[in-house]
Design a protein around this ligand. Sequence first.
Ligand code: NAD
Length: 504
Amino acid sequence: MTTLITHWAEGAPYAGTSGRTADVADPAHGRVTGSVALASKDDADHVIASASRAAAAWRSLSLARRTQIVFRFRELLNARKDELASIITAEHGKVHSDALGEVSRGQEVVEFACGIAHLLKGSQSPNVSTGVDVHSVRQPLGVVAVISPFNFPAMVPMWFFPIAIAAGNTVVLKPSEKDPSAALWIARLWTEAGLPDGVFNVLQGDKTAVDALLQSPDVAAISFVGSTPVAEYVYEEASRRGKRVQALGGAKNHMLVLPDADLDLAADAAVSAGYGSAGERCMAISVLVAVEAVADDLVARIAERTRSLVVGDGAAGPDREADMGPLVTRAHRDRVASFVDSGEAAGAALVVDGRRAAVRGEDSGFWLGPTLFDHVTPDMEIYREEIFGPVLSVVRVASYDEALRLINANPYGNGVAVFTNDGGAARRFEEDVEAGMVGVNVPVPVPVAYYSFGGWKRSLFGDTHAHGVEGVHFFTRGKVVTTRWIDPARRPAGGLQLGFPRND
Ligand code: NAD
């Protein structure tokens, strides 16, 4: 019998009453290791009610006390992040060092949230009209929901909940049902840090759980991260009901290599950003755009590096840790492999075939090795679709202008990178390219916590990106207070005045 991975409400595990569950597997071994509760609407209401009950006391706790708890959470997380990384590797499959990297990037947002007091400061203007002062405040929204994808079970939720909690909101986190245990570990850590019961809650489940959050009148805001069709659905459903919503979607990230680039640097970057985490990153490079003059040389360097990668169990490694683990589920592995079939059938040149890769692990794992295609054209399915696996496509172009047209015509606009030693060209690219996050000789330009993360076009629905100042604004709303106190030396004051108030 496998363990039940429960919800979390009122500061304790909650099994729910739906009777529905889903298997959770270890992707490196292909074995079922747990069974996650799938919420019914009643279960969702129970968890949302836990967050609602905690909201009034939490928002009125002093800012000093709230941030002290966030700081304690940061200390515990920092001391024990290895445990969390192991949980991620066991359910997601990414190698341990990569899982640790994910936790560390999430921790940066916790650290940012420890200093939220500075960003919650309002402004004040004395005597804007005779005897009248104005000040502004930012207040929490109430109960907010975070709905996250499978590929970053710790970091993506941490883009949102540290700021939401520090700002005085209570949170319901709906993790991916594919790797749900990280969220429960985080919930326990919050309790250890002294967070009052009900401030952080976990709702496990699928579409039923998501729909319950979207429909609940008690949920004020939704932060969603996942695939574009679901992001668009969540955005439409939530905004139709008057909720604040930010819905981050899929991606197809391009890396442009200009002829003057350092080709070794570019090849290292393409391989690291294309195959890290088995390509299951929304900031992975999936299209390398090579200007024809250097394309042969560049593809040769990338192929050589790709063939040297070790694919294996992310948890083990007596001599050398694997570079790349398995894919998250068998179904996803098969879907990605079917894109390799499709690219081959469409006539792209298959330079490295991941279907035949040697693997250091059990045959029952969900393996697919790194795959490199050259001579990919924009009409091919492998160019058009988000593959979300270890498949890198090289598209050759004649010039910078052709490359820019290609990149800007893509419906997604999450991350993009340019590799060049020409500052002027890089500057022009930065100015012209239509994407939310741009790297110059940096292949995975994930912004630091005090800047904001988010794409353009079909990579983000809503106006506000994650974390940074935009994150603080998302989880608070502004209020402007206009005050008149009567100066005792100037009585009597007032009198009837039915015209529109004028400042003088
Ligand atoms: P997904 O869209 O399948 O799932 C995301 C969340 O939505 C999960 O919690 C899931 O339970 C829920 N969900 C799934 N189908 C639903 C439906 N029909 N109705 C309501 N809810 C539903 O995404 P995934 O496969 O878990 O994650 C991979 C995707 O996430 C990729 O497209 C990737 O690009 C994207 N992603 C984007 C970013 C970003 O910052 N833009 C970051 C990470 C991942």
